[in-house]
Design a protein around this ligand. Structure first.
Ligand code: NAD
Length: 456
């Protein structure tokens, strides 16, 4: 077994050598990772397909991660540089990145020079989930851009991918700058006893509490990318064909095992039969999904049984079922639309994370907003409407990681901050947002006419 204390110490000693500060070194690490991905794309794609049965033609973790690589290589020179603020006697002026001059009534003399400098944090731990193993660890790219070292712990629920990424990282990198630690709960529990400078965890809220408790020992900052119950509100004016296309698309992607998947529908009693009809027609058009090898299956027996248990325990009624026959050996679960009547139904209590969808009647738009507000804050929230006022109120009066109006998934993409709020997580990822997360931005005041150069 890997000696975690030795590994973390080795990375921290390397960090202390200042080797990670050098801009060329940061760039070299990202380019090495790019090379790793490009030279081994097939092997990584195959491993992910073997574990989760999501074909790279639907979504390739490697392709998406390479996009983050390119974006970072293109922008990192600008991200890393310090920003000089206008002198404090120039109130109203802004620095080149839009930070206003400090207030002279509070700070120093007119000759003081102010800067904002980004310092790396040190040793970063990234714990990733099984359902998007590479994408959910792609922030390691910005961790390098920021001048840190990285330890990655992939999910044990990806038994093919985890050893592949471990082997490749060991081949392309020295473990003092980047290492993969394999294992499940016992290994991660041990690993979490070490001191890290930031932990990025992606997974479910109950485990996030364990991560946060472990991090508190050293007051290690955490970013938590979690899941939750993502509502879909459908009003009387909604385009039902669009709704069906988007919700069905979200549910078949990864067999509903995506953190921003549409989880339950809230709609009026009058709209409910129309919504059921629209969704049924869209699913009918797909045919037998169990015959489509590229279509993801449920990840393992535990999750397969969890979904069957939900179907057994529901007090609601299955109003539509399609897509093929349940197959335990193949871990295939057909799409089920379940009509639930109350919040005490198991379907309204836990993240579904599978190809099942709940639909619940709600008396009014205000009641829907109230329902969403009074429950745990979701990672994503969706509304289908042709009414600007409703869309506006939905965005402004509910809290969630992000919202797509008249669509699903679309608020998550390159250039946009990705992250939850409350029970769905904390911190924001992607591109510059990840870079910021893995640095500390420190204000500098230089007095006495000195003009040091903090440029990298
Ligand atoms: P999980 O929490 O079971 O596992 C995630 C990671 O945590 C794995 O590496 C696992 O080994 C580790 N882990 C599990 N139990 C642990 C414990 N007791 N102590 C220490 N480490 C432990 O999550 P999962 O099943 O891999 O992923 C599904 C969840 O992740 C869903 O809730 C989904 O919504 C969420 N998710 C969120 C995002 C996001 O970006 N917000 C992305 C993908 C998945």
């Amino acid at each position: 077994m890997v000696n975690y204390t030795e590994l973390v110490n080795k990375q921290r000693e390397f960090f202390y050598t200042k080797a990670t500060l050098d801009l060329a070194g940061r760039r070299r690490r990202i380019e090495t990772f790019k090379k790793l991905l490009e030279e081994n794309k097939q092997e990584i794609d195959d491993a992910i397909f073997a574990d989760i049965r999501r074909h790279p033609s639907i979504l390739s973790d490697v392709t998406m991660t390479l996009h983050e690589v390119e974006l970072t290589l293109k922008n990192m020179d600008e991200w890393v540089q310090p920003h000089k603020l206008p002198a404090s006697d120039n109130v109203g002026q802004k620095s080149d990145n839009g930070v206003p001059a400090p207030d002279p009534t509070r700070l120093g003399s007119p000759n003081d020079q102010f800067y904002l400098v980004r310092e790396p944090l040190g040793v970063i731990l990234i714990i990733s989930p099984w359902n998007a193993p590479l994408i959910c660890s792609s922030a390691l790219i910005q961790a390098f851009a920021a001048g840190n070292t990285v330890i990655l712990k992939p999910s044990e629920l990806d038994p093919t991918y985890a050893p592949v990424i471990a082997k490749l990282v060991a081949k392309y990198f020295d473990e003092k700058e980047f290492a993969v630690v394999e294992g499940g709960v016992p290994e991660t529990t041990e690993l979490l006893k070490e001191r890290f400078d930031h932990i990025l965890y992606t997974g479910c809220p109950p485990v996030a509490k364990i991560i946060m408790a472990a991090a508190s020992k050293y007051l290690t900052p955490v970013t938590l990318e979690l899941g939750g119950k993502n509502p879909v509100f459908v009003d009387e004016s909604a385009d039902l064909a669009l709704l069906a296309k988007e919700v069905v698309g979200a549910k078949i992607f990864n067999a509903g095992q995506a953190c921003i998947c549409t989880d339950y529908i809230l709609t009026s009693p009058a709209m409910k039969p129309k919504v059921v009809a629209a969704l049924s027609a869209a699913f009918d058009a797909l045919g037998d999904m169990s015959k489509v090898p590229a279509n993801a299956r449920i990840v393992n027996d535990r999750h397969f049984k969890r979904l069957l248990n939900m179907l057994d325990k529901t007090k609601g009624k299955v109003v539509y079922k399609a897509g093929g026959e349940l197959n335990e050996k193949d871990k295939f679960v057909p799409f089920h639309l379940v009509e639930v009547n109350g919040t005490d139904d198991i379907f309204m209590q836990e993240e579904i994370f599978g190809p099942l969808l709940a639909i619940m009647e709600i008396g009014s738009f205000d009641a829907a907003l109230d329902y969403i507000k009074r429950n745990e804050k979701p990672l994503a929230a969706y509304i289908f409407t042709q009414n600007n006022e409703q869309a506006n109120r939905f965005v402004m009066e509910t809290s969630s990681g992000g919202v797509t109006v008249n669509g699903a998934f679309a608020h998550s993409g390159p250039g946009l901050p990705f992250g939850g709020v409350g029970n769905s997580g904390m911190g924001r990822l992607m591109g510059k947002y990840s870079f910021d997360m893995f640095t500390h931005e420190k204000p500098i005041c230089v007095k006495a006419g000195l003009k040091p150069n903090f440029n990298l």
